[in-house]
Design a protein around this ligand. Sequence first.
Ligand code: FES
Ligand code: FES
Length: 160
Amino acid sequence: MTADQTITIQCTVNGEAHALAVAPGETLLQTLRNRLWLTGTKEGCLEGECGACTVLVDDVPVDACIMATGAVDGRDIRTVEGLSDKERLSPLQQALLDHAAVQCGFCTPGLLMTLTALLEQQPSPSPAEVEAALAGNLCRCTGYRQIIDAVMAVAEEQRP
Ligand code: FES
Ligand code: FES
């Protein structure tokens, strides 16, 4: 690929197949927000520091602002728009609301994706594990306590 060439990639986003012509240097955040209109994924620092742009790529949280779209060829992407089933919020989304863990809400989509991945990998995390998972997601409003409480409530509900 030369600097003025686009490449075509295939990927799935929230279960939907896409073929996308990708410009050199285009980030996954730009593709999601500006071309697929999935604006739930937020644009914060654009430097991989705040976590507001977190999405899942093959079930792993990544900062979409520093990931090249060309690198997601053949991969599965999930964004906050894919968490609810349109009728009902996911248990984690509902728990964040129930625990007043959403204040300005700017961090919330990224937090949800990070915590969704955590609960998929570790359905019964300890508070320390939740805190560690959130190391890359900055929240200036909540102090994190309510967020951790919400995750622990979901873990408790899911416990057999
Ligand atoms: S906008 Fe991507 S980490 Fe801040
Ligand atoms: S709720 Fe405002 S930044 Fe987290």
